[in-house]
Design a protein around this ligand. Structure first.
Ligand SMILES: [Zn+2]
Ligand SMILES: [Zn+2]
Length: 349
């Protein structure tokens, strides 16, 4: 199938229209027209080849909402016209222990990324959702329930599941005390989802100017991390802190805020962790852990939870022609809180 997307032809290029082929349907494939695609900070890292394993030309995008236009002969869960979604992965072995217990993102053979990955069968480069059409095996396609605002649902597929999965893993619910560091695309979803699960939520910020925004998103308060007295008073008060800061920073001040047995969850790649004090970790069994997206079943659970509770990302919807400008603005954190591309603005080839 001939299609069109916005691609970087080489590392660091601006994105420009590019015609390419989507594979013919395998028996277990779903073909969709992409309706909306969110813009994630990962897209910037990948286009710039910050991690050194980008494959070019590259069509980014892993927060995808689509409508089914065709299905392979063995597909049983989807039919033409269904509203569907695809997130950060499009395949895995589905046979290892991790895949069997529903954490395909930790597949022993490695998940296949939605873009800048290699197809498990042909080895061809995967291309993402800044495109008119997408083909994905049935097991990695998600259902979008009726009534969910499609123009705002896309960020659930990365920002949403990335913050929901640790909340669920740590059994966050009514009575839980949750801290959220950073109030960007991931952080604002962490606030909404933790509040939606019934937790008391505090945003941690260097300055107090984010307090009104934090409360608007559902937080109960804001803790100013540069205020030594406030930080001292908040020691041992959180069950879980979700740290969404995407760059290197000192973790020690946050560890002391955790209650005994509490966890500081990193959801961004921050590189080497600075020297830190072991005392709060040892004396209180506190831990630093990481978390990466979530499995397919858990992603479906998140989507259904958000539909039921009417929890949706705050989005700025743009046309595809504005995508390069949006990436520049995202680098400056100049967005509330997630860009979503309306793919109707991209004409089919
Ligand atoms: Zn992402
Ligand atoms: Zn596997």
């Amino acid at each position: 199938m001939k299609t069109i997307g916005y691609a970087a032809q080489s590392a660091g290029d601006t994105l420009a229209p590019w015609e390419f082929e989507r594979r013919d349907l395998r028996p277990n494939d779903v073909a969709m027209e992409v309706l909306y695609c969110g813009i994630c900070f990962t897209d910037i890292h990948q286009v710039q080849d910050d991690w050194g394993w980008g494959i070019f030309p590259m069509v980014p995008g892993h927060e995808i909402i689509g409508r089914v236009i065709d299905v392979g002969e063995d597909v049983s869960q989807f039919k033409k016209g269904d509203t569907v979604a695809v997130g950060c992965m499009v395949d895995s072995c589905l046979e290892c222990d991790q895949c069997h217990h529903g954490e395909e993102q930790f597949c022993r053979e490695g998940m296949t990324l939605t873009y800048a990955g290699r197809d498990r069968i042909t080895g061809e480069t995967t291309q993402g959702g800044y495109s008119k059409h997408l083909v994905c095996r049935e097991e990695f396609v998600l259902h979008i329930p009726d009534g969910l605002d499609l123009s705002r649902a896309a960020p659930l597929l990365c920002a949403g599941i990335t913050t929901y999965s640790p909340l669920r893993h740590w059994n966050i619910g009514p009575g839980s005390q949750v801290g959220v560091i950073g109030l960007g695309g991931l952080g604002h979803m962490a606030v909404k989802l933790a509040a939606g699960l019934g937790a008391d939520v505090t945003v941690l910020s260097r300055t107090e100017d984010k307090e009104a925004d934090a409360r608007d998103l559902g937080a109960d308060g804001l803790l100013v991390s540069s205020d030594a007295a406030a930080m001292e008073a908040a020691q041992s008060s959180f069950d879980l802190i979700i740290d969404t800061i995407p760059v290197k920073h000192d973790l020690t001040p946050y560890l002391r805020l955790l209650d005994v047995g509490g966890g500081l969850v990193l959801v961004g790649q921050i590189g080497p962790i600075e020297e830190m004090d072991s005392e709060p970790v040892v004396m209180g069994r506190r831990c630093i852990v990481g978390s990466a997206i979530g499995g397919i079943a858990e992603t479906q659970e998140l989507i259904d939870f958000c539909a039921k509770k009417n929890i949706l990302p705050e989005c700025e919807v743009i046309n595809i022609s504005e995508v390069n400008d949006a990436l520049e603005r995202l680098k400056r954190s100049d967005v509330r809180y997630r860009f979503v591309i309306d793919m109707a603005s991209l004409a089919a080839p």
